[in-house]
Write a protein that binds this ligand. Sequence first.
Ligand code: PLP
Length: 455
Amino acid sequence: MIHGQTLEAWYASHPLIRDLVALHETSWFNPAIAPAATALADVGLGAGDVAQASARLQRFAPYIAKVFPQTAAAGGLIESGILPLPQMQRLLLEEAGLPEGGKLWLKMDNELPISGSIKARGGIHEVLKHAEDLALQAGLIRPGDSYEALASDAARKFFGQYRIAVGSTGNLGLSIGIMSAQLGFQASVHMSSDARQWKKDRLRASGVTVIEYASDYSVAVEQGRRQAEFDPSCYFVDDENSPHLFLGYAVAAERLKQQFDQAGVRVDADHPLFVYLPCGVGGGPGGVAFGLKLAFGDAVHCVFAEPTHSPCMLLGVYTGLHDAVSVQEFGIDNLTAADGLAVGRPSGFVGRAMQRLVDGYYSVADEELFRLLALAYQEEGVKLEPSALAGMPGLMRVLRDRDYLERIGVSPERLANATHLVWGTGGSMVPEGEFAAYVKKGLAVQRRLSNGDAA
Ligand SMILES: *Cc1c(COP(=O)(O)O)cnc(C)c1O
C-alpha cells in the first residue's frame, strides 16, 4: 500500500504515475492553474518581500565587489546574462518535426560569479541576511553604513563565533560554504552521496567542514538540521522550507525584465514568455517563478523540469501529497547523474505555494541531458552541467501540447511571438576533464540515436 492505496489503484486514479514508475519521459500541464492576481496570494510572501531581498543585495554589493573582485565590474551584483540559442532552436525543432514557435534563449546562471550556479542567488542571499542580522544586533554596522566594513579582520573574527550548516547535493553547499567562509563563519556542509568530488574538494580548500553521507539529499538535510538543533550558535539553512532562499531566487525576475527590455524582447499577452526551470527540491525554480509571476503576471508561463529518476515535484503536485510523498515510495530510485536535481521528496512549502502558478512539469532521461549538454556546447559554445539541461526539451513539450496552449489562450499567432527561456542553472565551474567526459558521453548518445538504434 502507498498512502492508503495499492499501486494499481494509484494507476487508475492518477494514470501518469504509471509512466513515472516506468521511468518514461512524462509531461503534465496542471489544469488547476489560476490567474496570477488570484494565485499569488497562496504564497504568503509578496512584492515587498522581494524588494527587501533586492535592497539587501544592493546594500551588500560594495562588500561583494571588494571580496569577490570578479563581481566588481557589475558593481558587486551577482547576475548572469541572457543569450539567444538560434542553432539549438533550429536543431530541436528539426528533430521534433515541429514548425517555428517563438525564439529560444538561455539564462546563463551557469556563469553566475562566486559559485557557478543558480544557488549563488538564494544561498548567498540567505547567508547575507543572517550576517546582516548578527552584525546589526552586535552594533558592528549601523543602518546606512557601508558594508565594506564587514571585510575587516574584526568582523571576520566576530562571525567566527558562529556556525552555518546546510544539507546539499553539491551546489547549495558550494554557495553557502564559499560565502560563509568568506565572511569568517564556521561552515558545515552535509553532502549527499550524489555530490561530485570536485565540489567537496573545493569546499575543503576554503576551510569548510564537509560531512559526507552514503545516502541521498533528504538524509543529508536531516543530519544538518539535527546538528544545528544542538548548537545555539549554529544557523541552519533549510533548503526545504526557507523563505530567504526563495526570495533571493525571486530577485532574478526584475533583473531579467531589464535585460529583456535592453535586448528588445517584448513580454505581454501577445508575446508570451515560457520559462523552463530545472527542479530539485523546488526552492530555486519556485523562487524564480514567484518573481517572474510578480514581474510579468499572466504573460509568463513557468514549467519545471526533473530527471525521470527523481520526478518529486511532479509527483507531489500531481497527487496533491506534496512533501508527504517521496519518489522512492513508488519504487523510483532517485539515482541520476543530474546531481543538482537528485531529490526524492519535494519542498512542501514550494509545492503548495506555487501549485496554481506553475503551468506544468515534465521529466527528462539522463541520456537526453547528456546529449543536449554536448549539443549545447558544440552548437552554442555554452558550458552547462547535466542538471542545467533539464529545461532544454521544454520548448518541444509545450509546442506539442495543443490542448495546453489552447487552455492558456496562446494562439498560433501568439506562439510565433513567444520567447522560450531555458534557465541554465549551473556548469561554469565544472573542471575541464570532467566536462570533456560529459561531452563525450553526450556525443555517444547522439551517435547511437542518429544510427537509428533506440537508446
Ligand atoms: C539546485 C539546483 C537546481 C534546482 O534547485 P532546487 O532549489 O533544488 O529545486 C537546478 N539546477 C542546478 C544546477 C542546481 O544546482
